[in-house]
Ligand binder design. Structure first.
Ligand SMILES: Cc1cc2nc3c(=O)[nH]c(=O)nc-3n(C[C@H](O)[C@H](O)[C@H](O)COP(=O)(O)OP(=O)(O)OC[C@H]3O[C@@H](n4cnc5c(N)ncnc54)[C@H](O)[C@@H]3O)c2cc1C
Length: 389
């Protein structure tokens, strides 16, 4: 059984505390990193058989730059940062209606914003913890039982373990959240839309280092162009949640086709990629809004506790900020995990709620206008250069 106390020990002390982290993505790997710094023996479990790769690039800005610097990773991030990418809103004739400022140049040390491929940031984080934490792939949590001194968990393979603290870093559909909080306290907020995303080798549909967005009421098509690949993103608005089988990929392709058939601009060429085999990401636009991010010795970090949605454009940053703030709180309250979890939440929640609110309102109507009115307003702002995302 793990040590009953929650004192934070200096690394190398024999009487070690232990932490279990569920999920090996940004929140999980960053939490693992900080917990080892606090002297914990850390185990990370990940449902997938390897790191889950893919997805669009991650924005690194503001507090995230400071956090990655504290983690000693900013140099590696800069080395992998993508060239500045122009953001253009297009009309059907491919004329540019307006744009957004590109991220900073990777070699600019005073830069306020970088972009990095999701996989590159995952590799940097994993490289920093590999060897100092135990990582178990293909495993998840089946049960958690909290005692006075720690949490006894049962893994999906039937084995058991005892940990001082447990962290649910297992994403939007977190099973730690489900096991610990149940349905009553877990709240998924539907934002009124669905997304399709596929990363394919460079298509020639747009120049490198460019993002192009085309919208008609209720439908948005977006292309991200890089040197070696193109992101194909298609989103449709819906007032209600659609009943679909998340394992039925053909049904999801049909849903996209059903909404985008007959739409102009570069959409027919994008749909050709929807029809071909290959992995893609399809999900509803949703946020996680919980009454509390912790219960007893279990705390949630990143999307598991407070998913801000892809619309916010800062899910990765929020996970890194959450992990660092949690570690700071545990450092300030080494003998009292309850006080640390309270402080973590009290200090971070106002920022999370602000980001969520902005994504659910301005973000949705700007990036995915639902109707003629929202589209006209969006285009007016673009023409006048009033863009505040
Ligand atoms: C493959 C993939 C592609 C993505 N693409 C995009 C994108 O294009 N745009 C965007 O805005 N966001 C994307 N996201 C979400 C984005 O990564 C998160 O919003 C953000 O990074 C927050 O990170 P997180 O660690 O909290 O959650 P996530 O990055 O979602 O990571 C959660 C991790 O937990 C693992 N996991 C899930 N269930 C269990 C379980 N039962 N037991 C153990 N582990 C579990 C998952 O496999 C994953 O590795 C993607 C996520 C994934 C996993």
């Amino acid at each position: 059984m793990a040590n009953p106390s929650t004192s934070v020990l200096a690394p190398g002390q024999v009487d070690q505390l232990s932490a279990l982290v569920s999920g090996a993505s940004f929140a999980g790997l960053a939490t693992a990193y900080w917990m080892t710094k606090l002297g914990y023996r850390v185990t990370v479990i990940e449902l997938a058989s390897d790191l889950r790769r893919g997805g669009t690039p991650v924005d690194i800005e503001g507090e995230t730059i400071e956090i990655l610097s504290r983690m000693g990773m900013m140099e590696a991030v800069r080395a992998k940062a993508l060239p500045p990418r122009d953001f253009e809103f297009k009309d059907e004739a491919d004329a540019t209606l307006g744009g957004l400022e590109a991220a900073s140049r990777p070699d600019d040390l005073s830069a306020r914003r970088y972009e990095i491929h999701r996989d590159d940031l995952l590799d940097i984080l994993f490289g920093a913890v590999d060897g100092s934490v135990e990582t178990l792939f293909g495993r998840s949590l089946n049960q958690l039982e909290e005692g006075p001194a720690g949490v006894t968990v049962t893994f999906s393979d039937g084995s058991k373990g005892d940990y001082t603290l447990v962290f649910g870093c297992d994403g939007n559909r977190s099973n730690t959240r489900q096991l610990v909080f149940g349905d009553a306290d877990s709240s998924s907020y539907f934002m009124g839309g669905y997304f399709y995303l596929r990363v394919v080798p460079e298509t020639g549909l747009l120049p490198a280092n460019r993002t192009q967005v085309f919208s008609v009421p209720g439908l948005t098509a977006m292309l991200n162009g890089y040197d070696d690949r193109t992101d194909i993103a298609l989103a449709f608005r819906s007032d209600r949640q659609i009943d679909y089988d998340y394992r039925d990929r053909a049904q999801q392709r049909r849903l996209i086709r059903g909404h985008f058939d007959g739409i102009g601009w570069k959409v027919p060429a994008m749909l050709a990629h929807v029809d071909t085999d290959g992995d893609f990401y399809f999900d509803q636009a949703s946020q996680i809004r919980m009454k509390s991010w912790s219960k007893g010795r279990v705390a949630l970090v990143g999307d598991a506790g407070y998913c801000v949605s892809p619309v916010a454009g800062m899910g990765g940053s929020m996970a890194l900020i959450g992990a660092a703030r949690l570690a700071d709180a545990l450092r300030r309250h080494p003998d009292d995990h309850a006080a640390a979890f309270r402080e973590y939440e009290d200090r971070l929640r106002p920022f999370v709620e602000e980001v969520q609110e902005k994504a659910a309102t301005d973000g949705m109507s700007f990036l995915f206008p639902a109707d003629e009115l929202e589209l006209a307003e969006r285009n007016r702002k673009l023409l006048e250069g009033i863009i505040d995302l």
